[in-house]
Structures are given as C-alpha cells and as structure tokens.
Design a binder for this molecule. Structure first.
Ligand code: SAH
Length: 254
C-alpha cells in the first residue's frame, strides 16, 4: 500500500512515520508514504501557493496549478513503481463524505491513494473538478488543514493491514468493525483483580469461553443501544442480530 500525500507541511506526518506500530510496519515495507509539496511546483520567488478569492470574502484559496503538478508527479512516481494507473485522488474536506470504519476496511484492500491536504479557506474548485475522485471528511467540525484528517484516516487504514498489529485478531474486535457486527466494543479489564475496591466481573474469571463471549456480546449490545442506537438499527437491518440478541435488547427496556 502506498500513500502519496500532497501537503505544505510534510513534517506534520511524523506521528505516523516515526512512532509505534505504523512506523514498524513501514520499515517492514507493508506500506509507504511519499510527500509532494505544492511549494516545489511554484515559479515565483515567494513560492506562492495561494491567492485571494474571486468575489471577495475572508481568507485565501489554494492555487490549482501547484496542486495539479504535484498530482502529476505523484502519478508518475506510482507508475514508475509499477502501481495501477488508476488511483483514488482523495481531497480531505469538511464537505466530503464522512469517513468511517467500513470505508477504512474497503481501503485496506486497495493499493492506497493520493491524498490532498487543503489549507486556508479551501482549494480552487477547478482543481477539484478536474482531478479529485473522492472528497472525505473525518467529522462535522473544521480543522485548520487536511493534515490531521489525513493522519487519522491513514492510521485507521494502516492498522487493518495484515502484519501491522501484533495480534492479528485485535482489529477484528474493535468498535464499528464487521467482526463486531458494526457495534461498539465491550469493556476491558486487566490485573489486579480488585482495584480500589472494584472487582472485575465474575464471568471473566470463569474460564468458560462461551459465557465470556456471550457476556461481551451483551455488553456490546447494551453500550451500543445506550449510546449509538443507529448502529443497532443498522445491524438489525443487515440481519446480524439473532433471537438471543433481540431478547437481550428487549430485557434492557423492561
Ligand atoms: N472553508 C472550508 C474549510 C477549510 S479548512 C469549509 O468551510 O468547508 C482548511 C482545510 O482543512 C480544508 O481544505 C480541508 O483539507 C481540511 N479540513 C478541515 N476540516 C476537515 C474535516 N472535518 N475533515 C477533513 N478535512 C478537513
């Protein structure tokens, strides 16, 4: 998997490239990241990448040309590496489709993407119309640039790649993942058995895996019903809740 990130601030990606499981996986060659800085595609002494908006209004708008050329070079570099000619060109944008775990799982099966990080008020629409294939938002709030959004998105995709997490199972048991039928995760406990007078739930000591699995399922159902009833509806619609699940959900209401 290869990401090509078009950004004015490549140094902001150090958390992904220098730390933890992601860095180790990059060193192992499981994924790679290249940067393309729009400033390298300017011709004036000030290396200008933005200008005032037509029609007036606050802020500055990113110029189309440096972005266009950065994407050209990213495509050439991918081709030289033998990657498929068609690659998603993803613009991070609050007006995009909301990113979620399903999309992360789909992307984890792909060759990666070219990711455009916006700055200022936004980007000249003509670049978006001509080059961008997907617009992606990480939530209903506005960041000062696309870098943090791109980091969050790439991190969630990379941790799904085989060989990135130590325990291959652990991504499967996460909130929103299809392994949990898209529900929220259940609570976790570790040693000591009693912490500040609070014991752990008895069932977790029972050694009875079937009961433990059932307890975790019911905790997932309970927490999801309380906090994200929309996810319960989604799982039900997909036929992922069985009779036992429905009976448990009913018992919560009474
Ligand atoms: N004027 C724009 C916001 C610009 S914020 C608007 O109101 O829609 C500057 C840049 O930050 C954007 O171009 C985008 O790349 C990034 N950004 C901000 N919030 C984001 C979000 N929630 N998800 C993804 N990218 C975001």
């Amino acid at each position: 998997m290869r990401f090509d990130v078009v950004t004015l601030f490549p140094e902001m990606f150090a958390p992904l490239t220098d730390n933890g499981v992601n860095a180790r996986a990059r060193n192992k060659g499981i994924w790679d990241l290249q940067f393309w800085n729009p400033r390298d595609y300017t011709h004036d002494v000030h290396r200008t990448v933005d200008d005032r908006p037509y029609g007036g209004g606050p802020g500055m708008v990113m110029l189309a040309e440096p972005l266009d050329k950065a994407v050209d070079d990213a495509l050439l570099a991918r081709k030289a590496q033998g990657a498929k000619a068609e690659v998603p060109v993803v613009l991070m944008s609050p007006t995009g489709r909301r990113f979620n775990q399903n999309i992360a799982q789909e992307w984890a099966e792909s060759d990666g993407a070219i990711i455009i990080c916006g700055r200022y008020e936004g980007i000249d629409q003509r670049f978006i119309d001509a080059r961008v294939t997907h617009e992606m938002s990480i939530g209903d709030f506005v960041l000062s640039g696309g870098e943090i959004a791109a980091l969050a998105m790439m991190d969630s995709v990379i941790r799904l790649l085989p060989g990135v997490l130590n325990d291959n199972q652990s991504a499967v048991c996460d909130s929103f993942h299809s392994g949990l039928d898209g529900l929220l995760d259940s609570p976790h406990y570790t040693r000591p058995e009693i912490y500040k007078d609070q014991p752990i739930p008895d069932v977790l000591k029972s050694g009875n895996h079937k009961n433990i699995e059932r307890w975790r399922r019911e905790q997932s159902l309970r927490i999801t019903a309380e906090r994200r009833p929309d996810l319960i509806h989604k799982a039900r619609k997909k036929g992922l809740l069985d009779k036992k699940d429905e009976a448990f959900l009913l018992s919560l209401k009474t």
